[in-house]
Each structure stands twice: as structure tokens, then as C-alpha cells.
Design a binder for this molecule. Structure first.
Ligand code: SAM
Length: 237
């Protein structure tokens, strides 16, 4: 069974978009994963194909209608895949969650628009809200693409070197160490000598120290979690 992504959107023409290029696109073309797009407007019941209405209680903008969205979900989601609603109110997406999703059968992704979707359909169809960060996009499509891209690149056979994911940012709870390539001297800046030494143990130690320093400096939240998880909180920060 290939990993299956089903996306519910009022902008089906946005897909596959960037998911049709590069690693994800090649993997899609070679059948390592599948993408189904459902146009929520196909489930509207009026001749204008309306998917939204004014907010109860008043206020700006429009709200996606529960009946139309529920019909779209029911026509797509007859299996055990997690049903995710892209939403700034959701738990932030993490690499650990991406790995868990990637290890499963796929995901059903509901893209909100306007001011969001009627609260009742979230409960009635057991949608789990997932955020891709503390900022507001104009719709869930780009968030869905980000989530799918993060999952697909971890599928077996998608990335070139099998160890690439293991050494990346977040894999061990740390940000990745700095990377360099030729030329050896560029605009007066040399590649750190140790990386040219051929001493693999020393290179690994340098990379580890650099990863720890970057994480400590840039992401105190990750650093604290790393210390608690891997070192029992014993190391001074
Ligand atoms: N009124 C909503 C609020 O304040 O939370 C924002 C609605 S936003 C303009 C429209 C849609 O974009 C949302 O329903 C959601 O699907 C998507 N969206 C916006 N920001 C997002 C984020 N950070 N992560 C995931 N989805 C997001």
C-alpha cells in the first residue's frame, strides 16, 4: 500500500503545485505515494456551489459551512487515515509528528479558507487541528503542501542517501550543524580546518558541538527539551 494523501480544498487547481517537482514530484510520478484532490464545491447543494456563509453572532468574513464540508469528508474518508484540519489553532507540526504520519497509511487533509470552518464539523468528523506555525496564512493549502512534503521525503526510496534524515535538524532534538562545500576559501572565508582533516571521529565531535551550540543559542526551547530527554537535565546551559 502506498502512502496516500487526500486533500479537501476549494482550490483544487493549486495541486500538485510544488509537490509535482523535485523529490516529491519524482516520487509521485513513480508511485511511491499518491495524491487525491477533492473539490469541496462539488458537495455544495445550490446552483452557486456555495461553501461559506456569514458568521453566527456577526463579525467580519465568512465561515465554511458544516453540511457541505461534512459531505466532502464523508465521500473521501472511509478509512483509518488521520483526518487533519490545517489550522493556526492546532498543535504545531513537529518532526516527530511528521515521522509518525509518514509511518502510517497517509493522511486526509482539510484546507480551511475564509475565517475558518464551522466548529461543529470539527467535532462531528473528528478532525485533528494541526498548525504549521504561529502566523496566519490565507488558506490551508500551503500548510497541507508543507505537511505532505515533510512526510513524503521520509518515505523509503524518496531521498537519495538513507542516512540523510537521521542527521538533519530535529532528528535528535538538535538543529543541524553548519555545512560547507568547495571552494575551500571563498571571499576570504575558509572551510573549518577540521572538516578537511579526514579524521572522522574529530569531524563528528565538531559537528555535534556545533549542533549543540546552535540549538542552545537559537532555540532555547529545543535545548531545554533536549537536555531533559537525553541527559536527564544534568548539563548546565
Ligand atoms: N480566523 C482564523 C484564526 O484566526 O485562527 C484564521 C483563518 S485563515 C485566514 C484561513 C485558513 O488558513 C484556516 O482555516 C486554515 O485552514 C489555514 N491556515 C492559516 N494559518 C495556518 C497555519 N498557521 N497553519 C495551518 N493552517 C493555517
Amino acid at each position: 500500500m502506498v502512502w496516500r494523501a487526500s486533500v479537501l480544498t476549494i482550490f483544487p487547481e493549486m495541486f500538485p503545485g510544488p509537490l509535482g517537482s523535485s523529490l516529491a514530484g519524482k516520487a509521485l510520478a513513480s508511485g511511491l505515494w499518491s495524491l487525491e484532490i477533492s473539490d469541496i464545491r462539488d458537495f455544495a447543494s445550490d446552483k452557486h456551489r456555495s461553501v461559506d456563509d456569514t458568521p453566527a453572532g456577526g463579525g467580519a468574513g465568512m465561515v465554511m459551512k458544516p453540511d457541505v464540508l461534512a459531505r466532502a469528508i464523508d465521500a473521501t474518508a472511509s478509512d483509518t487515515r488521520p483526518r487533519l484540519l490545517l489550522s493556526p489553532r492546532g498543535l504545531p507540526l513537529t518532526q516527530a509528528r511528521v515521522e509518525a504520519l509518514c509511518g502510517g497509511p497517509g493522511a486526509i487533509l482539510v484546507c480551511g479558507r475564509f475565517e475558518g470552518i464551522d466548529e461543529r464539523v470539527i467535532a462531528a468528523r473528528s478532525l485533528e487541528e494541526v498548525s504549521i506555525g504561529d502566523y496566519v496564512l490565507s488558506g490551508g493549502e500551503i500548510a497541507a503542501m508543507a505537511l505532505i512534503d515533510a512526510c513524503v521525503r521520509l518515505l523509503p526510496g524518496v531521498m537519495g542517501a538513507p542516512h540523510s534524515a537521521a542527521e538533519e535538524s530535529f532528528a535528535e532534538g538538535l538543529l543541524e550543524y553548519p555545512q560547507y562545500t568547495r571552494p575551500q576559501l571563498w571571499e576570504g572565508r575558509p572551510i573549518p580546518e577540521i572538516l578537511l582533516s579526514g579524521d572522522h571521529a574529530k569531524i563528528a565531535a565538531w559537528r555535534r558541538a556545533a549542533a549543540e551550540r546552535l540549538t542552545r543559542e537559537r532555540r532555547p526551547d529545543l535545548w531545554t527539551a533536549f537536555l531533559q530527554r537525553f541527559r536527564g537535565g544534568s548539563r548546565d546551559t
